[in-house]
Design a protein around this ligand. Structure first.
Ligand SMILES: C[S@@+](CC[C@H](N)C(=O)[O-])C[C@H]1O[C@@H](n2cnc3c(N)ncnc32)[C@H](O)[C@@H]1O
Length: 247
């Protein structure tokens, strides 16, 4: 069996078989939805444009939208702004999108099946891009970030929400204990499959950028106002919110 690796784009197809179980799995993680909402609020707090009703809607992309948990978080945060908006969820896994599309969404939400790094470079169309648990999985992170930068309007923002423990031995130990003690066994029971995707999750988080490396990556891709903070709650040392703006 081919090992799952971000380097050869095998991550999104590997999600196909867990799509219908994904919400049950994340439902077992206390705070998963609340942490996504807190990152979505970082995004809405940074919007450069605040259209009034009747004006041109905000265009927001949710890259790696999966079964729609991050899309729901965006919807909740965007509704709080009072501005009109459109959200485009994009995911490389047909199985995850099937789970997303099975839910009820307003007309302002649409879904597209595509690898995030292969999106056509239509240029300066998004006011904001949200990428929750995606960046770790794309084959060439620098190229991807620059691609996102090009797809933003001037003033547009990127918010990344993802795991990261590099450089903090206590958080590395906590992540390994959580992965092997809870996530991997629970996923094997719920999905009744070999837990390859979840051993990949453990490994990929250990190998992912430190906070400093992530911020440097955004700066290298051309983003300004770059910042990072841990999410609130018990996963504070493991999940972080990162942001940057296209000047
Ligand atoms: C852990 S899930 C997160 C889903 C959602 N954002 C959330 O917060 O619940 C990661 C998603 O990213 C998708 N994905 C991984 N690599 C991708 C890529 N290169 N392009 C598009 N989607 C990708 C997977 O198919 C999966 O649905």
């Amino acid at each position: 069996m081919t090992p799952i690796s971000a380097k050869d784009s095998t991550v999104a197809p590997a999600f196909d078989e867990v799509g219908l179980h994904y919400d049950r799995l994340t439902g077992m993680s206390p705070g998963y939805a609340a942490q996504l909402r807190s990152s979505a609020r970082v995004l809405t707090g940074m919007l450069a444009r605040r259209p009034a009703p009747g004006e041109e809607p905000l265009q927001i992309a949710d890259l790696g939208c999966g079964s729609g948990a991050s899309t729901s978080a965006l919807l909740a945060a965007l509704r709080e702004t009072g501005s009109p908006f459109r959200v485009e969820g994009v995911d490389g896994s047909a199985g995850m999108l099937e789970a997303a599309r099975a839910k009820e969404w307003p007309d302002s939400v649409s879904f597209t099946h595509a690898q995030a790094e292969d999106l056509p470079d239509a240029g300066t169309r998004y006011d904001a891009v949200f990428a929750a648990y995606l960046l770790r999985n794309v084959p060439d992170r620098d190229a991807f970030l620059h691609h996102v930068w090009r797809s933003l309007r001037p003033g547009g923002v990127l918010v990344v929400h993802d795991y990261g423990v590099a450089g903090r031995p206590l958080d590395v130990a906590a992540w390994t204990a959580l992965s092997w003690g809870i996530i991997i066994p629970s996923a094997a029971i719920v999905t009744r499959k070999r837990p390859n995707l979840f051993t990949y999750l453990w490994r990929s988080v250990l190998e992912f950028d430190s906070d400093e490396q992530l911020q440097e990556r955004l700066t290298r891709a051309g983003f300004t106002d770059v910042g990072l903070r841990p999410v609130p709650g018990w996963q504070s040392g493991m999940v972080r919110t990162l942001w940057g703006r296209r000047p």
